[in-house]
Ligand binder design. Structure first.
Ligand SMILES: [Zn+2]
Ligand SMILES: [Zn+2]
Length: 591
């Protein structure tokens, strides 16, 4: 079996796309590699097994033609790609570092390398400070200032971590594999993955078994394991897909809950929990809950039999607390809330009834209106809003009045046919994602918007404007009675681009005053609003809407990423507008 994993191949193809773009290659060729990387990244079965199956062909996969199938074969056989080696010889390594600076695409990076002879990010920083970047053709003082402001972002290792959704794909494959091991009695993922953090450093796994060696061997033989980094009696660390480190701990049954609690963290939460235990004469560690030795001072050593640890409930129960959901374990006020039986009843994916932000082939989506609606029915949703881009988004062929009204007429007909044989499986709302224009106002007039069931207002252009301008544009949209919700309110892209400079308190205040919803965009790159801002919105009485912003039928599956973010914010179902039935939602919409 080949040791080259799907994730490896997707990474190589992404890399090739960047390098081709840097070289100014044909845009279609660049796009082909990018979309192949996406297809492969979302594949459940391994490419090696597809190729090995005589009844199938790699070219059956979406976007994989004969040429790319050949490249996949080359990678599976040799672990290398001749094309990549050639490109890497021609493109200097500094180019990759430069392209991680938000706003620096391959073209600009290339100009910087060619004109300034840069060899590092530090060199770029110095060139900016000395004003040498501003003098280059196509740059100018404004661009130079923006680059300088974003270099710190690119340097920060926190912006180089795995997105939760990518970590989750690895974790699910890993858990499936570990459950196949006959010696494994229980297995759970722990750490920041379990707490639903937006990015993940490494993956933690806790296994209950009496045969630690067999379990560790099993992890070592996972086809996606590329190296064993460390091995002890009951713990091992290996390197998995995307070079992520996986830490496995094997414990006996009586300690499983204690170990899971310990390795789930966060550190801050565990410190608070342990100090509470100490006050009660107890000690919590990864093996269980123990009475402290009676003598004070040096007596902080646990002794005697465990008071519990087989499951997490026992651990929390031993110190007089109910079980605390992992998403809340960040060392904020969750232990206080638990003590006073005031923990929120967190929203769950099953509470979500509708998805109110998605695109179709009318603008930059990959699937048709009918396909999106079919996919939404298959996912059990009872209503969706189709929200393609307004006309300002020319790059995505944004809809003008005429095309939008035509789409809405199509939606009317679709709803009619869905309701032809009794109660419809789903209701499709006529929506639009309008743009808040750079100069203020929206990109479609009120006499069109008044005909919509649902209006998302988003800010895609002029993101470098000063704080008061950006805030004024958003508050103006919030105050427009036809706007239902503000889409991805801060514009950040995790690992890629910081939020624009916006007074989020003023946005929340205006939303509370007018009854406008704020979005938690569930796209794993966005998660916008984030947990802190969503919690602040809830405190001000603003209702949130969790939306996928799907650009394909597959994109509808990221809803759970948004739900996780909402849970981390402490939101309950009642705080989230799209947990309502459609009639309830309509009542909640401002007039
Ligand atoms: Zn948008
Ligand atoms: Zn959108």
């Amino acid at each position: 079996m080949s040791r080259v994993t799907n994730a490896d191949i997707a990474t190589v193809f992404e890399h090739v796309a960047d390098l081709l773009e840097y070289e100014g290659d044909n845009v279609f060729r660049v796009r082909a590699y990018r979309s192949a990387a996406r297809t492969i990244g979302g594949l459940v079965e391994s490419l090696a097994s597809v190729r090995a199956d005589p009844a199938r062909s790699l070219t059956d996969l979406e976007g994989i033609g004969a040429d790319l199938a050949g490249k996949i074969g080359e990678l599976l056989d040799s672990g290398r790609l001749g094309l990549l080696a050639e490109l890497e010889k021609r493109v200097p390594p500094v180019a990759f570092e430069l392209m991680r600076v938000p706003g620096l695409g391959p073209k600009k990076a290339k100009a910087l390398v060619a004109e300034l002879g840069l060899t590092s990010l530090d060199g770029l920083e110095q060139a900016c400070r000395e004003g040498r970047v501003a003098t280059l053709k196509g740059f100018g003082a404004k661009t130079q200032a923006a680059i300088l402001g974003n270099i710190g972002f690119a340097k920060d290792p926190a912006h180089n971590r795995l997105l939760w959704n990518d970590a989750d794909a690895i974790m699910r494959g890993l858990l499936d594999w570990m459950r196949k091991c006959p010696e494994v009695r229980r297995v759970e993922g722990a750490g920041s993955w379990r707490r639903g953090r937006e990015t993940i450093g490494d993956l933690d796994l806790v296994v209950e078994s009496a045969e630690a060696d067999a379990v560790m061997d099993h992890l070592g033989s996972w086809p996606e394991t590329s190296a064993v980094l460390l091995r002890g009696d009951t713990k091992t660390s290996v390197r998995g897909p995307h070079d992520v480190q996986i830490d496995l701990r094997v414990v006996e049954g009586g300690s499983f809950g204690a170990a899971l609690q310990y390795f789930t963290g966060s550190k801050e939460h565990n410190v608070k929990l342990r100090s509470r235990a100490r006050e009660q004469g107890l000690s919590i560690n990864e093996y269980g809950v123990f009475p402290l030795a009676s003598t004070a001072g040096v007596g902080d050593l646990p002794r005697g039999r465990s008071r519990g640890g087989a499951d997490e409930k026992e651990v929390y129960g031993a110190v007089g607390l109910p079980w605390i959901p992992p998403e809340l374990r960040e060392g904020a006020d969750e232990i206080d809330l638990a003590e006073h039986s005031a923990l929120p009843e967190l929203v769950e994916i099953g509470d979500v009834r509708g998805d109110l932000h998605m695109h179709t082939t009318a603008t930059d989506g990959e699937d048709s209106l009918a396909d999106m609606v079919r996919a939404a029915i298959a996912r059990g949703l009872s209503y969706v809003a189709i929200t393609d881009h307004g006309q300002r988004v020319t790059m995505a062929r944004g809809l003008d009045r005429k095309r939008l009204l035509r789409q809405w007429a199509e939606i009317d007909r679709l709803n009619e046919s869905l309701a032809a044989d009794g109660p419809p499986p789903i209701v499709v709302l006529k929506g639009i994602e309008v743009d808040m224009l750079e100069k203020g106002g929206l990109d479609l007039p009120d006499d069109v918007l008044v005909q919509a069931d649902w209006v998302v207002a988003s800010l895609h252009y002029g993101q470098n404007q000063p704080r008061d301008r950006i805030t004024a544009r958003i508050v103006e949209a919030i105050e427009n009675p036809l706007v239902s919700v503000i889409g991805h309110p801060t514009g950040r892209l995790i690992n890629r681009r910081p939020a624009y400079d916006v007074d989020i308190e003023a946005v929340i205040e205006a939303a509370a005053r007018t009854g406008t919803f704020l979005e938690i965009n569930a796209n794993p790159w966005r998660l916008d609003l984030d947990d802190r801002h969503a919690a602040a919105a809830k405190r001000s009485g603003v209702k949130l809407v969790i939306s996928t912003d799907a650009h394909s039928t597959r994109g509808l599956d990221v809803m759970r990423c948004g739900v996780l973010q909402a849970r981390r914010a402490g939101l309950e179902a009642k705080d989230v507008a799209n947990t309502r039935t459609l009639p309830q939602l309509k009542k909640l919409l401002k007039k």
